[in-house]
Design a protein around this ligand. Structure first.
Ligand code: GAL
Length: 455
């Protein structure tokens, strides 16, 4: 049995577009994901987030369920197009009212709200005005942050500006596999730069309204390592780390931008300004989101290849991601050493498996329990090694719309039967509740005896 420090923060996380549904209710504007999902072939099985988990209407029951499991902290995101259907101008009263009621319901249940301002659902009208590659977005985002802080800052004390800027810029503007589906390297690095600027501006806006608030940003954190210690490989590892982690971490934590990336990008590099870097350099805590780590290898043509599918001996989740728990501790420790963040919260970690709802209404998700325990153990190891980690949020509270993969991958601690919208707590959900009650974990808590029921 391991025990976490007193006051360790335990929570679960979700995001607006993945759970709310009600995509055009009460005057909500169109988001880039509403638009993207309508393109044939963009999402597996052409699924959309139009209904999702219908959290928009069912939130009182879902919050009750959270309370019954004893989950003390809940991380959710606000849908920007619900608040500003026209992108800028006057906020929408009904949109504000929804989050007002939701936060009140959380408070009444004794659950602490953790609010993310941007989890990928940009108002489509703002994409029409240039989206993240347009520098003006920093100021649109600042006004949105200010509006939310004014409305909810009396109750919400934990704020996250942007969720995973790496995914937004690389998937949204470079490979085009995510909304808005743009394929342009130059725009991707501009977007990445403006995301950081938006973070810094929003940080100040939040603090101007709620000086006692704690604010941060969450990053998709991948620990890159080489199998081969040849200097050329090590050079590529350093580059992959700078391009995927450094351009988001350096501005926020050091007020610098990695030189190696500027050199490599040449004409595609953003115009890095000293005053911008100073504005970006803000954090009270850093959100680390970890799913797996990456190996950097050299391909035959001499180019770097970051390919986690090369792990020959690993167990893979339903996403095709390897289960690599030790990378979490390594990342937390290395990140702390290199960047000295004030405080770290693991704001996402979790796994998708082919869950099966047994006739008795149970879900014996042994793999998820195993993943959960192993990763929480690694968080504990990192704390022991001195990393300033104060909390852990499991992704996700319930199954939801997994972006381009649609509804098939199930990440939840709670199973959602989409046709009926009924919720069933998985065994991993009960395990997590027990971990929270004990403020720690014992690997012997996994009940493996039922695993054969799956087949
Ligand atoms: C994260 C993202 C979440 C969720 C998760 C699992 O990158 O923030 O929204 O989709 O991955 O894939």
């Amino acid at each position: 049995m391991i025990n976490f420090p007193k006051n360790f923060i335990w929570g679960t996380a979700t995001a607006a577009y993945q759970i709310e549904g009600a995509w055009d209710s009460d005057g909500k504007g169109e988001s880039i994901w509403d638009r993207f999902c309508r393109q044939a072939g963009a999402i597996e099985r052409n699924e959309t987030g139009q209904v999702a988990c219908d959290f928009y209407s069912r939130f009182p029951d879902d919050i009750q369920l959270m309370k019954s499991l004893g989950i003390p902290h809940y991380r959710f995101s606000v849908s920007w197009p619900r608040i500003f259907p026209a992108g800028t101008g006057e906020p929408d009263i009904k949109g504000l009212d929804f989050y007002d009621r939701m936060v009140d319901t959380l408070m009444a249940a004794g659950i602490t709200p953790w609010l993310t301002l941007y989890h990928w659902d940009l108002p489509a009208v703002l994409e029409d005005r240039g989206g993240w590659p347009n520098r003006e977005i920093g100021f649109w985002f600042r006004d949105y942050a200010y509006t939310m802080a004014k409305k909810l800052g009396d109750r919400v004390k934990h704020w996250m500006t942007i969720n995973e800027p790496w995914v937004i810029s690389t998937h949204g503007y470079w490979s085009g596999e995510h909304a808005p589906g743009v394929r342009c390297r130059k725009k991707a690095f501009l977007a990445a730069y403006h995301l950081m600027l938006a973070h810094g501006l929003a940080f100040d806006a939040i603090k101007s309204v709620v000086p006692t608030a704690k604010a941060g940003i969450t990053n998709a954190s991948q620990y890159y390592f080489c199998l081969n210690r040849h200097p050329a490989f090590e050079e590529w590892r350093r580059y992959a780390d700078a391009e995927n982690n450094g351009i988001f971490l350096e501005p926020v934590l050091k007020g610098t931008y990695p030189e190696i990336v500027l050199r490599h990008l040449g004409a595609d590099a953003p115009d890095v300004r000293e005053d911008d870097l100073q504005q970006m350099c803000r954090h009270d805590f850093m959100g680390v989101q970890y799913y797996f780590d990456n190996i950097v290898e050299m391909s035959d043509n001499g180019k770097a290849l970051v390919n986690h599918h090369r792990y020959p001996f690993f167990h893979y989740t339903e996403m095709g991601w390897p289960v690599t728990p030790s990378g979490l501790c390594e990342y937390l420790v290395t990140f702390s050493r290199e960047y000295s963040p004030r405080e770290i919260v693991v704001t996402e970690n979790g796994s998708a498996w082919a869950d099966f709802l047994a006739p008795n209404g149970k879900i014996y998700d042994v793999e998820r329990q195993d993943y959960l325990i192993k990763h929480v153990q690694q968080v504990f190891e990192a704390v022991k090694k001195g990393a300033p980690v104060s909390g852990y949020f499991a992704w996700s509270f319930m199954d939801n719309f997994e972006w381009t993969r649609g509804y098939r991958p199930r990440f939840g601690l709670v199973y959602v039967d989409y046709p009926s919208q009924k919720r069933y707590v998985k065994e991993s959900g009960h395990l997590y509740a027990k971990m929270i009650r004990h403020n720690g974990v014992d690997p012997a808590w996994i009940d493996r005896s039922q695993s054969e029921r799956k087949s």
